[in-house]
Write a protein that binds this ligand. Structure first.
Ligand SMILES: Nc1ncnc2c1ncn2[C@@H]1O[C@H](COP(=O)(O)OP(=O)(O)OP(=O)(O)O)[C@@H](O)[C@H]1O
Length: 306
């Protein structure tokens, strides 16, 4: 079952601002990056998925449920980390996370135990009895993450979890998110306006711009299908290009350099055999792995920050 599935989803604010339009996609379990520049509609999508907002058109399903009609069931199975600072500065972290566990319906003793455990997972065990107001930005982000995790959800929705952090803090937060996905087996949707930052921890990506879908695909399908073999030969590149094209391979030629799409591993053998048949001498052969960011460069300028 998809984690989140939308069909022609639309959200207009005050009948004026169209935050999302005709958005149709389905994402499978894993760590999913939701990318788009500020204002693209990421937070709106998350709020629709939580049932905090109602669509003005189309529909959204979360774990197969309608977030408006089945709001309680969705909230029981989903954890949410909001983008902006929303923590009570005078509360002690352990008390706050325990309280959030109680709000989710856990009995008192279990809520306390889960709060300690969750604060340990996010790296705040030693500091758990300190006032939140005295925490650094990185520690506050971790408390927000802990309260989202405390009721042991199946799906975490994280709105810009690296907001306000320095580069080391951003890396640490993303490593933590990655571990939640791999070690605890919890699916995660992580919003970011920086594709390059989150691609390394994601199993799939959904990119939106001005409320519309740009792309939705798994990382594997994005990278593998786009790998190319770069080969350089001393002479007669045109003959080699023609022979490979005739075999159905996709070839781009630029003087002595050819780029051949790697559809499968036997492309290596076919190139080797063709070079031998034509009696050419190969100067260089290299596999060019495409960075995910490369695949977004052909999109409208500024649509996604890579
Ligand atoms: N409550 C609101 N009333 C009116 N317009 C809104 C409201 N909330 C968001 N918008 C508008 O909807 C659009 C999408 O906003 P949204 O916050 O979903 O984008 P975002 O991708 O999450 O960006 P950011 O990371 O800056 O929050 C923007 O044009 C924004 O100004």
């Amino acid at each position: 079952m998809p984690l989140i599935e939308t069909t022609a989803l639309e959200k207009r604010y005050d009948n004026r601002v169209t935050a999302l339009a005709d958005l149709t996609f389905a994402i499978e379990p894993g760590v999913v990056g939701l990318v788009g520049v500020n204002g693209a509609g990421k937070s709106t999508l998350i709020k629709l998925a939580l049932g905090l907002l109602e669509p003005t058109g189309g529909q959204v399903r979360v774990l197969g449920l309608d977030p408006i009609a089945d709001g309680d069931r969705v909230r029981a199975r989903v954890g949410y980390m909001p983008e902006h600072d929303c923590l009570p500065p005078d509360m002690i972290a352990a008390e706050f996370v325990t309280h959030m566990a109680r709000v989710s319906g856990l009995p008192k003793a279990m809520a306390r135990e889960r709060a300690s455990e969750t604060l340990r997972h996010v790296g705040l065990y030693e500091e758990r009895y300190r006032r939140i107001g005295g925490y650094s930005t990185g520690m506050k982000q971790r408390v927000k993450l802990a309260q989202a995790l405390v009721h042991d959800p199946e799906l975490l929705l994280l709105d810009e979890p690296t907001n306000g952090l320095d580069p080391a803090g951003r890396r640490a937060m993303l490593d933590l998110v990655h571990r939640i996905g791999t070690d605890f087996g919890i699916s995660v949707v992580v919003c970011s306006h920086l594709l390059g930052e989150i691609e390394r921890i994601c199993t799939s990506l959904v990119a939106i711009d001005a409320g519309r879908l740009l792309r939705s695909a798994t990382l594997d399908s994005m990278t593998q299908a786009r790998d190319m073999l770069m080969l350089e030969i001393d002479e007669n590149a045109e003959a080699l290009s023609a022979a490979l094209t005739q075999q159905g391979l996709e070839v781009r030629a630029d003087k002595r350099v050819l780029l051949v799409r790697m559809d499968d591993e036997d492309v290596y053998d076919r190139i080797r055999d063709t070079i031998a048949d034509l009696d050419l001498s190969l100067h260089r052969l290299e596999r060019q792995r495409h960075q995910v960011a490369d695949l977004f460069r052909d999109l409208p300028e500024g649509a996604v920050h890579v």
